[in-house]
Design a protein around this ligand. Structure first.
Ligand code: KG4
Ligand code: ZN
Length: 357
């Protein structure tokens, strides 16, 4: 493992890979100086993110958000020790906007630029100071649960990730969003579905638990989604009454949580085969905000003698604190990106250009 470099100053992070425009400034020790997240509400009327609208909105909002965060942190650009931007995976228009903005700042002020892998940013959030006592040492098992990804990852060092399992169809957040749509809830569906499920009976509908008990730690959600669609289709056309919608939401969420716990147990076994001394399970991504999912994973970890860490709710979904932190972790290892680094709409965590010596 390389020695830590001193970083010359605070790090500015930019997030624009999907529909959150976010900016954060972290001190060189990782403490948060200022942060701002703007969730683009413009997409709600389309029931999903419209990439071109998202890119234009990032362009419209980034300058003011950067000025706001720099002002709140009391910083000039010349004070910074580096600039980091989500550079993939994600929607290419937003990635181009955010990474070009960051490169512009880096070029104008002669600062190091770090092209951050958005998945790595989620993966390293647990190492932010103050999250886990002692700072989430490597290795740990990560369940990355978001709108676009659903993976079990062995996190072994910065730049060293081994995917143990993934979804064979939908991402878990996507399943939440689609079921919420069937129930006529708003978008994004996860948070509103969770609120509705709180008043529902999870036992009324017997939804399937896809892949439960099967070897390995892959996920599948399309069968569960179809089962919900069939239940909804059996009702007369028109909005469901609150009680039925709540029971369906609760049944769906309960099925997801049980599947998560089962898959986590299998993932922990695979993780321990690689890392016999490992003892921490970490969850990250938007779905990590879900309390039923958290509780199921916490119990699965405890049953195996593992600790459990989940980010505070505001750092589960997309944010720039995690981007600045991943930039800072890379800068500490001397890993700077060239200014001609091309944003990558697809950029797996295990890609060769992720690896650090
Ligand atoms: O990590 P994230 O903000 O963006 C991606 O990188 O995809 O995750 C967004 C996803 C959406 O599918 C959203 O519905 C889901 O996370 N989500 C939730 C909750 N909050 C957000 N799903 C279930 N329960 C929640 N409380
Ligand atoms: Zn994300």
């Amino acid at each position: 493992m390389r020695l830590c470099n001193e970083i010359a100053g605070p790090v500015l992070g930019l997030e624009s890979s999907c529909d959150e425009t976010a900016v954060a400034a972290l001190a060189a020790d990782g403490s948060i100086l200022a942060e701002a997240v703007l969730s683009q509400s413009v997409h709600a009327r389309y029931g999903g993110v419209v990439p071109e609208i998202a890119a234009r909105a990032h362009l419209a909002h980034l300058p003011a958000l950067v000025a706001q965060v720099m002002g709140e942190a009391g910083l000039d650009f010349a004070d910074l020790g580096g600039v980091a931007a989500s550079s993939g995976p994600g929607l290419i228009g937003g990635l181009v906007v955010g990474s070009s903005f960051a490169k512009g700042i880096a070029l104008a002020h002669d600062l190091p630029f770090v092209a951050v892998n958005h998945l790595e940013a989620h993966a390293l959030t647990a190492r932010l100071p103050g999250q886990v006592e002692g700072g989430a040492p490597f290795p740990y098992l990560l369940l990355l649960l978001s709108g676009g990804h659903c993976q079990c990852v062995s996190v072994e060092a910065v730049g060293h990730y081994v995917r143990l399992g993934t979804t064979i169809d939908d991402a878990v957040g996507e399943a939440f969003d689609k079921v919420a749509k069937m129930l006529g809830l708003g978008w994004p569906g996860g948070p509103v579905l969770e609120r509705l499920a709180a008043s529902g009976d999870p036992g009324r509908f017997a939804f399937p638990r896809p892949l439960r008990g099967r070897p390995g730690c892959d996920f599948s959600f399309s069968g569960l989604k179809t089962a919900v669609a069939q239940v909804v289709a059996a009702y007369p056309p028109g909005p469901l009454i609150q009680r039925d919608a709540a029971d369906i939401a609760a049944g769906f969420q309960c099925a997801v949580a049980e599947v998560m716990a089962d898959r986590a147990v299998h993932a922990l076994e695979a993780f321990l085969r690689r890392n016999p001394a490992g003892k921490l399970l970490v969850v990250a991504g938007g779905v990590a905000a879900n309390q039923a999912v958290r509780a199921a994973l916490r119990a699965a970890a405890a049953a195996r003698g593992f600790g459990f860490a989940a980010p505070p709710l505001r750092l589960c979904g997309d944010n720039a604190v995690m981007v600045a932190w991943a930039g800072l972790e890379r800068l500490r290892l001397g890993a700077v990106s060239p200014l001609d680094h091309a944003p990558r709409p697809r950029w797996p965590l295990e890609a060769p250009d992720m690896v650090l010596a």
